[in-house]
Each structure stands twice: as structure tokens, then as C-alpha cells.
Design a protein around this ligand. Structure first.
Ligand code: GLC
Length: 448
């Protein structure tokens, strides 16, 4: 299956390249997305490292002066009507040398330091010129990656406990996750907003797979109220309607510091500050997001100071932190092997996005049940790092079997494996390349 799968993944990435960036999907997501660019670069590095660097560079060229890296960078050649909420809705002012309406104001999980390090690692097998370019690109990215981390750990530490808060479910990357239900139920839902701003996703995707209108009205409200305050993060906890600490987002934030410590050594900076920050973030995740009673990691609503009752795949992601204490590693393994997530040993499928045994588990609606490749890729990395090579390998082969059987879909039915959402989805294709190439759990664990 390898050659056929490899070629089909390369074809997806060829088809989704647009001048200086990759689109996640031509129809559903016609601009550049932040954490998509990171996952994409990791796989693209095998076949076209120049494009992998270009994609990361395009994204960071749109970094705001305060350090935030926008969750969408808009392609000015795409008509406003092709995506909602588009550039006019966000109405972001001009900044640095960039014209107005160039991006959104939200962020996504900071996967980019991890991606930059992975692209750099792969570059050594592409010859001297490529290795030279990789070192230069790392040097260009390093200060920008540091500013991204500083924005998140300083301006977004609304809870004051050393973690970054998300101010919109879209920032988590797991947009429609049940992890947000409790906090979202307190956000005003004005359906009139949807009459003013028409959804576009329902024209290109099945309504049963997408968020409901009520959810969407709340999504729009959160952006409108953030916009009214000039997208300022001042006094977020008191003034914003949704302020939540996500275990997935913060695990990536911590793992980014680990990657930055490796990058720092290459570019001649001090790795120890990043190692210290990684340790501090890991400690804060355990202090603030660990639920002793259920032995799981949960999202914390900063406004109510409560943990979400939902058991979501993001609760497994602290496993990517090398410094996670062993008792928490064991607890994550127990949860991942349980019928709630059922590592492939039991189900033959990668883990779903939400607890299979929950009454509101929904196999079709996105992030409320379906299988996603990117979070499974992260989980595999965590398994490899913490010394579970058999599970890591099982997860790798189950992902490849799934994509081979169903295609490079955005997500997959958690019982049948059927592809759902956008076909020809870039991060599925890119991470498939990585999973095909990276067979060695041992090498992954050592170099990772
Ligand atoms: C969806 C996903 C998000 C992703 C975006 C583009 O909104 O929830 O994680 O970045 O699509 O692929």
C-alpha cells in the first residue's frame, strides 16, 4: 500500500498549494490556517522542504506586532463570499507592512516550533544546500516563535496560573468539542446575528456534520464582542464571555518550548530558558487541569473556575510533554485504552475525538466523535516518547490503514472508518507522509 498511499498524499499536497501557502481544502477552507500549516510542513518536508518553509514563513509574515499568529491568513485573491467569516467580518486593521483585513484576530495551538524542528530534522537527508536553507529558516523563525510563545504565556494568561486561555472555541483547533459546551452555554446566543452574517459552511458541507445554528450564533457573538474591544486581551477574564484553558492547547504550548530549546542550540541562543518554561507549563497543566476524581485532564473555565465534565481527546494530549510525571502518563494510558477511547488494540481504529461511551457521542458531527489524524499523530508521538512503542506502532498502522481505505479525508466515522468532511484534506495527506516515512519509534523517541 505504501507507494500508492504516498503518491496519493503527494497529489493532494500538489493540488492544494497556492502560490506561497497550502490551503487545508480547496472548497471548504480556501485560505491559510495556522496549525494546519504546521502539520502540513511536517509531512511536506519529505517531498518539498522549500514549500514547507515557505508555508511557515508566509504564516509568520502575518504575525501581529503583539506576537499573536493569526488563525487564518486571508488570501486576497479569494472572493469574500467564498468563506464565512471572511476578511470583512473580522475587519482587522492594517499592521506592520500588511494591509487591513489580512487575517483573523484569533490564534490556534502553537504547533509551529514543533513543526519547524521536524522540518529541520528532515532537511539533513536532502543535501547540503537544503540543510543550509534549513538553518537559515530556523534562524528567521526563532525570534518569531519566541514572540508567539510570549504573547500566549503573558497576554493570554487570563487565569493567572501560567497557562494560556483560549477566547473562542476556534482557537483550540478542536472547534466544536464538547469540552466547550458548559462554558459556551453561558455565552449569549443571538440567532439574529446569523441573519446579519450568513453561514457559508452549510453550502459546502453536510449540516449534520457541522455546528448547529445556536453554536454558530455564539461563535459570531464572541468575535463581535472581541472586535468591539479592538481585539484587546486586557482584562479578559472580567470582560470576555469565553475564557478557557484547554489541555490540548497548553500541552502544545509546553511541547513548543521543548522544540524551541532544540532550535535555540542550532541558532546559538540559550536553550535553558525554554527548558525552564516547558517545565513550568507542564507543572501548571497538572496543577490546573488535572481532575483527581476521574484521573483525567479537563478544560478549565476561567470565569467560573470549574473543570469541564466532558472527557475529550484533548485530555490525552499532555502525553506529548516529556516532563509529564509518570503517574499522569499511566493515567492517560488507562484512559486511552479504556472503552471510552479504545486504542487500536481494541477497535483497530485510531482514537475518536470524544468519549465513545458518552450519551452525546456523535459519530458525524465534527470534534464530537469522529477520528482526526492530527490529534492521533500527537498521541502517537506521546506514546513513543514515554516508552510505549507497541501502542505507538499500532496507532501508526491504524492511521495508515484508515487513510488508505478511506482517502485523505478531514475526519473519519469512528465506527465504520468512512471518510467525512472535506476530501483531499491537506494535513491528513501530509501526516500520512510522515507516518509512512517514520517507521522507527525508537528514532522518534530519541530525536523527537
Ligand atoms: C476546522 C478545524 C480546525 C482547522 C480548520 C482548517 O475549523 O476544526 O482545527 O484548523 O478546520 O482545516
Amino acid at each position: 500500500m505504501s507507494a500508492e498511499l504516498w503518491n496519493s498524499a503527494v497529489n493532494v499536497l500538489d493540488a492544494n498549494w497556492s502560490t506561497d501557502h497550502m490551503v487545508p481544502s480547496r472548497r471548504l477552507y480556501p485560505h491559510q490556517w495556522s496549525w494546519d500549516a504546521a502539520f502540513i510542513a511536517i509531512g511536506l518536508a519529505y517531498v518539498n522542504p522549500g514549500r514547507a518553509w515557505r508555508d511557515l514563513r508566509s504564516l509568520f509574515e502575518a504575525q501581529w506586532p503583539d506576537g499573536r499568529v493569526p488563525h487564518i491568513v486571508f488570501d486576497p485573491s479569494v472572493p469574500e463570499g467564498d468563506y464565512f467569516p471572511g476578511p470583512a467580518f473580522w475587519d482587522v486593521p492594517a499592521y506592520a507592512a500588511r494591509p487591513a483585513r489580512g487575517s483573523t484576530s484569533l490564534v490556534q495551538p502553537p504547533m509551529h516550533a514543533i513543526a519547524a524542528w521536524e522540518v529541520y530534522r528532515r532537511s539533513t537527508s536532502h543535501g547540503a544546500a537544503c540543510a543550509q536553507q534549513a538553518t537559515e529558516e530556523l534562524a528567521w523563525l526563532y525570534p518569531r516563535l519566541v514572540r508567539q510563545q510570549e504573547y500566549l504565556t503573558r497576554r493570554r494568561d487570563a487565569g493567572g496560573g501560567g497557562l494560556a486561555s483560549v477566547v473562542h472555541p476556534w482557537e483550540s483547533g478542536v472547534d466544536n468539542s464538547p469540552a466547550w459546551d458548559a462554558a459556551m452555554s453561558r455565552v449569549p446566543a443571538d440567532l439574529d446575528l446569523l441573519r446579519r452574517f450568513r453561514r457559508r459552511d452549510l453550502e459546502v458541507a453536510d449540516a449534520a456534520h457541522r455546528p448547529t445554528d445556536l453554536d454558530y450564533a455564539r461563535y459570531v457573538h464572541l468575535v463581535v464582542s472581541y472586535k468591539e474591544r479592538g481585539y484587546s486581551d486586557h482584562e479578559l477574564a472580567a470582560r470576555h464571555d469565553f475564557v478557557v484553558e484547554c489541555p490540548g492547547f497548553n500541552s502544545i504550548l509546553g511541547a513548543a518550548e521543548v522544540a524551541l530549546s532544540k532550535i535555540a542550540k542550532v541558532v546559538g541562543a540559550d536553550p535553558s530558558v525554554h527548558q525552564a518554561r516547558a517545565r513550568a507549563i507542564t507543572t501548571a497543566i497538572v496543577d490546573r487541569l488535572w481532575d483527581e476524581q476521574t484521573q483525567t485532564f479537563r478544560a478549565r473555565d476561567v470565569r467560573t473556575n470549574t473543570l469541564s465534565p466532558a472527557r475529550c481527546v484533548t485530555g490525552l494530549l499532555p502525553l506529548i510533554l516529556p516532563g509529564l510525571p509518570s503517574e499522569h502518563v499511566e493515567a492517560i494510558l488507562t484512559e486511552a485504552r479504556s472503552p471510552r477511547f479504545g486504542l487500536p488494540g481494541e477497535t483497530m481504529l485510531p482514537v475518536p475525538s470524544y468519549d465513545r461511551t458518552a450519551p452525546d457521542f456523535d459519530p458525524l458531527r465534527y470534534w464530537r466523535g469522529p477520528v482526526w489524524i492530527n490529534v492521533n499523530w500527537l498521541l502517537r508521538r506521546g506514546l513513543a516518547r514515554h516508552g510505549f512503542p507497541d501502542e505507538a506502532e499500532e496507532l501508526r498502522t491504524s492511521m495508515l490503514r484508515l487513510v488508505h481505505g478511506s482517502g485523505h479525508y478531514e475526519y473519519f466515522h469512528p465506527n465504520t472508518g468512512e471518510g467525512i468532511g472535506a476530501a483531499q484534506f491537506s494535513w491528513t495527506a501530509a501526516l500520512t507522509l510522515d507516518l509512512l516515512a517514520d517507521k522507527s519509534v525508537r528514532a522518534y523517541a530519541a530525536a523527537g
